[in-house]
Write a protein that binds this ligand. Structure first.
Ligand SMILES: NC(=O)c1ccc[n+]([C@@H]2O[C@H](COP(=O)([O-])OP(=O)(O)OC[C@H]3O[C@@H](n4cnc5c(N)ncnc54)[C@H](OP(=O)(O)O)[C@@H]3O)[C@@H](O)[C@H]2O)c1
Length: 261
């Protein structure tokens, strides 16, 4: 028996990086997985990888910056697999809707503009809230696990990351608020703050090589984490019955980096 046998999971931003690693790990543990991101072709690749290995998954294209697309995605997920047990709010947009970026763009507090702030907040904080609202009716009374993604950048006030920091810190407070409100329903809501080598990381490294080198060197475990080897097992634990008594908290999946904050 896998640790997530019989569970239904939604993972947003599952086309690559941490979301993809999470979706594959959940399927290996027996969950039926809905992989969601904007690009259907990428999702099809992840679904093929899962089903070729004997797992169960479907890909649903969904831009999390749009509330109607999130509710439609959850609706399709329930029709395909039944009530949702696990929601992973991993997707995060950068830049602006007209000119999306693959990672954060360095902008000072003074120069932060409303359009970028609105898009970053909408695709991060509002998207997480909307997806939580969409799955709540299915978790109420049955319990469930919700995992939101924030960042050490917000917790430490990383300079030049104003819009991202605002969005990510809002996600942490949505987590704590829902953990209190939905605790009586048996719903556990936690946040993961990762520090893992992904495409977003590599784009960030290209844009700010000196800063990123400094951050990477200060990781006490002296290596950058891997989404599959380091991320997968923790993501499975948080979503599993083994995690029976933690809610409203942060899991810092960062090799100890946050100790320096
Ligand atoms: N990597 C790190 O060290 C690190 C550090 C701190 C926080 N985080 C957080 O961890 C999460 C995952 O990061 P990652 O490094 O794995 O990112 P990544 O490798 O860039 O992958 C991002 C995924 O999100 C999808 N996505 C982007 N915008 C979307 C939108 N508007 N709607 C739906 N899907 C969207 C992308 O697919 P499409 O482009 O096809 O939509 C892709 O599948 C994010 O919340 C990020 O902020 C990561």
């Amino acid at each position: 028996m896998g640790q997530l046998e019989g569970k239904v999971a939604i993972v947003t931003g599952a086309g690559r990086g941490i979301g993809k690693a999470t979706a594959i790990a959940y399927a290996q543990e027996g969950a039926k997985v809905v992989v969601a991101s904007r690009t259907q072709a990428t999702l099809d690749g992840v679904v093929k990888q899962i089903t070729d290995a004997g797992g169960t998954a479907i890909g649903i294209a969904c831009d999390v910056g749009h509330k109607d697309q999130i509710f439609a995605m959850v609706d399709k997920a329930v029709k395909a697999f039944g009530p949702i047990d696990i929601l992973v709010n991993n997707a995060q947009g950068f830049g602006t809707e007209a000119n999306p970026q693959k990672s954060t763009v360095f902008v000072s507090v003074q120069d932060t503009d409303d359009v970028e702030l609105e898009y970053t907040f909408r695709t991060g904080a509002l998207a997480s809230l909307w997806a939580m609202q969409a799955v709540y009716p299915y978790m109420k009374g049955r319990g469930g696990k919700i995992i939101n993604f924030a960042s050490a950048a917000g917790m430490t006030g990383d300079p030049g990351n104003t819009s991202y920091n605002i969005a990510k810190e809002a996600i942490r407070v949505i987590t704590r608020t829902a953990a209190r409100e939905w605790g009586p329903d048996g719903i556990q809501v936690n946040t993961v703050n990762p520090f893992l080598r992904t495409d977003a990381w590599e784009n960030w490294e290209k844009a700010r090589p000196e800063d990123v080198k400094k951050y990477a060197e200060s990781v006490p475990l002296k290596r950058l984490g891997d989404p599959v080897k380091d991320g997968g097992p923790l993501m499975v634990f948080i979503a599993s019955d083994a995690n029976s008594y933690m809610t409203g908290h942060d899991f810092n999946l960062d090799g100890g980096w946050e100790i320096h904050a």
